[in-house]
Design a protein. Structure first.
Length: 251
């Protein structure tokens, strides 16, 4: 018979109760972490699909509106009539003049429009009150109706949000939009673009959520007499759809 060893085996050693409890709690925490990561991944995939569907629905709406405009123009031409498009509901306003020699009333209107610096730009919903405000500050600003391409490029490239603590936060993620405007049903950047472009029911909240755009100087696009009205060869005042070329050069 081989001599018996006095060294205890692994099975003979009793594990302390505290170590057993620690191992069990660690295993339970690891299992819970794996489960939570799996649930989070599933939720992210479902949310991404939902956002894609929302963006596709907005795109389909834009295409339908464009096709409808083309159909109405062709129908009017076929009947020998003239098609008059609806008045724009949205304008983009850019400040082109500094702070010197500004009367108190236009200065106050510029503050209400949040145009505090030269080359600042904001979206404005057109109604009787805002039209009169734009008339008061016409020598100091230029404005016009932006198209969808201009709105999208502005928000994606120079879009910043205004946090609850009045901080300027870049729109680097859809979560920033959802955190600020989720209670209004605006949960991604495409929802924000749609609300601005269509002047939706929550336009005021969406527009106030955006920080005024800080634009660059356009490359050789300012006229020699910049402060004359646009129709007189200057840059001030209403320039209708020509605002798109100016904004894209300043973006």
């Amino acid at each position: 018979m081989p001599p018996q060893s006095n060294v205890p085996s692994t099975n003979d050693i009793l594990v302390p109760e505290t170590l057993l409890k620690k191992q069990q709690s660690n295993a339970k925490a690891a299992a819970a972490l794996v489960a939570s990561k799996s649930e989070l991944k599933k939720a992210q995939i479902a949310k991404r699909r939902d956002l894609f569907k929302r963006a596709a629905a907005h795109y389909a709406e834009y295409k339908n509106n464009e096709k409808r405009e083309i159909f109405l123009r062709r129908q009017a031409k076929k009947n020998g009539d003239f098609y008059v498009p609806a008045q724009p509901k949205l304008v983009f306003v850019v400040r082109i003049r500094g702070i010197n020699n500004i009367a108190p009333k236009p200065r106050k209107v510029l503050q209400l429009l949040r145009l505090l610096q030269i080359n600042n730009g904001v979206f404005v919903k057109l109604n009787k009150a805002t039209s009169e405000m734009l008339q008061l500050v016409q020598p100091y600003v230029t404005y016009g109706s932006p198209n969808l391409k201009t709105i999208r490029e502005l928000i994606y490239k120079r879009g910043y949000s205004k946090s609850a603590t009045k901080q300027r936060i870049p729109l680097h993620d859809n979560s920033v939009v959802e955190q600020g405007l989720g209670k209004f049903g605006i949960v991604c950047v495409e929802d924000l673009i749609h609300e601005i472009a269509t002047v939706g029911p929550h336009f005021k909240e969406a527009n106030n959520f955006l920080w005024p755009f800080k634009l660059s100087n356009p490359n050789k696009l300012w006229k020699a007499r910049k402060f004359l009205h646009f129709v007189e060869g200057g840059d001030a005042g209403d320039r209708e759809h020509f605002i798109n070329k100016l904004v894209q050069s300043m973006n």
